[in-house]
Design a protein around this ligand. Structure first.
Ligand code: ZN
Ligand code: ZN
Length: 371
């Protein structure tokens, strides 16, 4: 069980890592802010760390500053203390009167981390303004606020955590809580659309690498909370190329927040309760025990692989002790095709070590028959 728990934590981390690898390409492909290269995450290999860093730096440079010799990513941000900004301004000349600038900096407008700053020259009162972050195309939202919101979710700290982080960094507070919740809904749509495209692309790459439609995949499950009591869980299937990528994800929820919240008015206002229950998109899609979520979710993904991607998962790398392969054997998803089970070395070694330690505990202090 302890090993299993650890596995789940690692797996969640692994998936988060892949999301993080892909996050740099969100602006170009989904949020449509800049023209940065959407394929920055295309090659993840087992290069040593130093090489990886060098490679990433090169990618940053080529993708963001094509027209200059600068090594500063033009779509990136720089945290600059306001005092230093003021000092910098004092080293420039006013564009209107030509005198050395000496004036005031004010916040004209603020929306979360985004601000409009105005610089007024004290000699001629000429004022110039700058916006600290671009707008997301076809939206009123600012890039920096969208990024911080995605970051909050990736780190699992959401609004309250972001507010603390911004406080500690001496940065402005994130957007107001109500707007944050409202924007979450739109953000989810964008993230879903992005992840669908990303997974489709990964399937294409896996098919090319395998030179056919029969793929080897590895799968693992993870839960929202540790252990097997969690009400929400998910599983992911990953390609087994040199740069493994997520091909499909399935989530299972044993509860629905809307159903749960509506219970509060079930007796006092049954008409409204029924209305809410009828009109909402219920998140609850699983009834069995949390421990079987992984097997259920993986089986679902196998069963839809042909209709979704026109591919077959014919080799499965599992974690040895899960119920998953049993589920795949009980309900074969592809008639006439056998799925081969491949045990991954990490789990095999862990189980072997565990069994050897058990034997050691059992016989460690006993005199064996052969002396
Ligand atoms: Zn001036
Ligand atoms: Zn519901």
């Amino acid at each position: 069980m302890a090993n299993k728990r650890k596995t789940k934590r690692l797996s969640t981390r692994a998936v988060t890592r892949r999301v993080r690898q892909n996050i740099r390409s969100i602006p170009a492909s989904t949020l449509e802010i800049t023209t940065s290269n959407p394929s920055t995450s295309s090659k993840r290999s087992s290069l040593p760390s130093q090489q990886k860093i060098t490679k990433r730096t090169k990618l940053d440079i080529t993708s963001t500053s094509a027209n200059s010799n600068s090594n500063l990513p033009m779509d990136g941000y720089t945290i600059l203390q306001n005092q230093l900004l003021f000092t910098l301004m004092c080293k420039t000349n006013c564009e209107s009167c030509g005198n050395r600038w000496n004036g005031t900096i004010n916040i004209k407008k603020r929306e979360g981390l985004f601000v409009i700053l105005s610089f007024q020259c004290s000699s001629c009162t000429n004022t110039i303004t700058i916006e600290t972050s671009p707008k997301v195309v076809a939206s009123d939202r600012r890039d920096i606020n969208v990024r911080s919101q995605i970051g909050g979710h990736l780190c699992g700290i959401r609004y309250a955590g972001l507010a603390k982080l911004m406080g500690a960094m001496n940065l402005p507070s994130p957007i107001q809580d109500e707007r944050y919740s409202k924007w979450d809904k739109n953000l989810l749509l964008s993230i879903k659309s992005f992840s669908d495209r990303s997974m489709k692309k990964a399937v294409g790459e896996a098919v090319t690498a395998a030179n056919g439609k029969e793929l080897m995949v590895s799968g693992d499950g993870f839960w929202q909370t540790r252990g097997f009591q969690s009400r929400h869980g998910a599983a992911a299937l990953l390609s087994c190329n040199t740069a493994p990528k997520v091909l499909d994800i399935e989530t299972c929820s044993k509860t629905c927040n809307v159903c749960f919240g509506a219970l509060a008015i079930k007796n006092s206002n049954p008409a409204k309760y029924n209305d809410i229950i009828r009109s909402h998109h219920c998140e609850k899609n699983y009834n069995n025990s949390s421990g079987t979520i992984e097997a259920h979710a993986v089986l679902n993904m196998f069963q839809r692989s042909v209709s979704k991607y026109q591919i077959y998962y014919t080799k499965y790398v599992g974690d040895g002790d899960s119920k998953t392969f049993a589920a795949l054997s009980d309900k074969p998803p592809y008639p006439g095709k056998v799925i081969k089970k491949i045990e991954d070395l990490n789990h095999f070694s862990k189980r072997m070590k565990h069994q050897l330690e058990t034997k050691k505990r059992q016989y460690g202090k006993e005199q064996l028959s052969d002396g």
